[in-house]
Design a protein around this ligand. Structure first.
Ligand code: AMP
Length: 143
């Protein structure tokens, strides 16, 4: 089987992200693949449906900056260079697909809680990434 050339690690920056990153790093070392990382910031008005009659720009800016710093700190021990760190705003599954295509990625690595029942019906990010991906997807079981 041909080796992967470019792996994209998608992280939500929760505690579980390290376990997922370790798998992605090991795989990139074994195959010699380039490793990139992506974190998607979800806009506050996605969560509140634009219902709040106030300007959330300042809060959003603070959250963006916090996420940026968190991603830099997260990527450091894995020696992922800054040009391979992507921080974008939007819907995680859409943005992960977009970056993967833009960067010629051939494997996306995500975490999966392997949920069942209602939450499976509602769909998780891992599920969303798997469906519609134009490359392989590795779902690392966490939690
Ligand atoms: P979830 O479906 O939210 O439990 O997330 C499952 C996995 O999807 C996470 O372990 C990450 O790999 C990926 N993911 C979820 N949210 C994001 C995000 N905001 N940015 C990048 N990856 C994410």
């Amino acid at each position: 089987m041909a080796h992967y050339q470019h792996i994209l690690l998608a992280v939500d920056l929760t505690e579980e992200s390290n376990a997922i990153a370790e798998k992605a790093v090991a795989l990139s070392q074994q195959t010699g693949a380039k490793l990139s990382i992506v974190h998607v910031i979800e806009p506050i008005n996605f969560a509140y449906g634009g219902d709040i009659p106030m300007d959330l720009t300042a809060i959003q800016d603070q959250l963006d900056e916090h996420a940026r710093q968190k991603l830099i700190a997260f990527a450091q021990p894995y020696l992922i260079p800054s040009e391979q760190q992507h921080i974008v705003i939007g819907l995680p599954q859409n943005e992960i697909h977009r970056i993967a295509e833009e960067q010629d990625v051939d494997l996306i690595v995500v975490g999966s809680h392997g949920r069942r029942g209602l939450s499976l019906l509602l769909g998780s990010t891992a599920n969303g990434v798997l469906h519609g991906a134009k490359c392989d997807v590795l779902a690392v079981r966490v939690g």
